[in-house]
Design a protein around this ligand. Structure first.
Ligand SMILES: [Zn+2]
Length: 277
């Protein structure tokens, strides 16, 4: 049986020299059980490569997620940009289906000149169009996972993410704890602050395995600035409190490590987690 909390890198492991879609064996050999395939700069993977990734992930027992392009903006004011964002999510869902991704992670968008509630309404309209387009394309195996975003100019505080996920089927959150911390200018100051996030999720959504991102982070007034390694422990949010909260609340979670050391820090996280069991 899978451990309750599993760990893996956001993208190709640091010392891995092969192609990204063949990385599952390497990741499994390291002792990790998750892999977030990065398509942040564009979706280039074809059906054949994605199918290899899927087969390998099954053979190696790796839970795969797909990070969709950063340029997606479901709250775009311009129709053209909104339509492009919807089509990009359709393509991401297609690639995700090919690679057997259990979640398609994406950043919902920007407020631009709108106030937050207007931006959220535009995004919801975009999601309705997205479902129509997926139906037309015959794509049926997908779970979108909008991510809590790290900048105050971005749609995607935790309440907005919960709102999206409670209003649409096949939508579950990606909780990026570093983003929540940075956006809140140091939101996580004590262990109870994590419990506050968990209570919100528990009260509003029905989640089997919570998809998460974690790294230490530096922030400014506007939100996130830079990711830091686990060695740079002057930065937060606190990792041990998070892992303790998972254990105490008996949560199942996938934690994708977004520190500059990716798989190496994912292993550190896993080691710390195992000392808490
Ligand atoms: Zn992200």
């Amino acid at each position: 049986m899978k451990p309750k909390v599993i760990f893996g890198p956001a993208g190709r492991p640091i010392d891995y020299k092969g192609t990204a879609y063949k990385a599952c064996g390497y990741i499994a050999d390291e002792g990790l059980m998750a892999y977030e395939y990065q398509a942040g700069r564009g979706l280039r993977i074809g059906e054949k490569s994605a199918s290899i990734l899927k087969e390998d992930s099954i053979a190696e027992d790796i839970t795969v997620s797909l990070h969709a392009p950063y340029y997606i903006n479901l709250s775009a004011v311009e129709e053209k940009k909104l339509a492009l964002s919807v089509e990009t999510l359709v393509k991401a869902a297609q690639a995700g289906e090919w690679m057997g991704a259990y979640k398609i992670v994406f950043h919902p968008g920007y407020y631009s000149k709108n106030d937050p509630s207007e931006a959220l309404t535009i995004a919801k309209g975009g999601i309705n169009t997205l479902f129509e387009r997926l139906d037309e394309e015959g794509i049926s195996e997908y779970t979108f996972a909008p991510e809590t975003t790290g900048k105050r100019s971005q749609l995607g505080n935790i309440d907005e993410i919960i709102d999206m996920c409670s209003n649409f089927d096949n939508f579950e959150p990606t909780i990026d704890f570093a983003h929540i911390h940075a956006r809140g200018r140091g939101y996580i100051q004590k262990k109870e602050d994590y419990n506050c996030i968990f209570s919100k999720l528990e009260n509003n959504l029905d989640i089997d395995r919570l998809h998460c991102h974690f790294t230490y982070i530096e922030y400014t007034k506007a939100g996130e600035r830079r990711h830091h390694t686990l060695e740079e422990s002057d930065y937060g949010p606190n990792l041990k409190w998070l892992l303790e909260s998972f254990v105490e609340n008996d949560w199942k979670a996938t934690i994708i490590c977004e520190s500059p050391l990716l798989d190496k820090d994912a292993l550190e996280m896993k080691e710390l987690y195992e000392t808490l069991l």
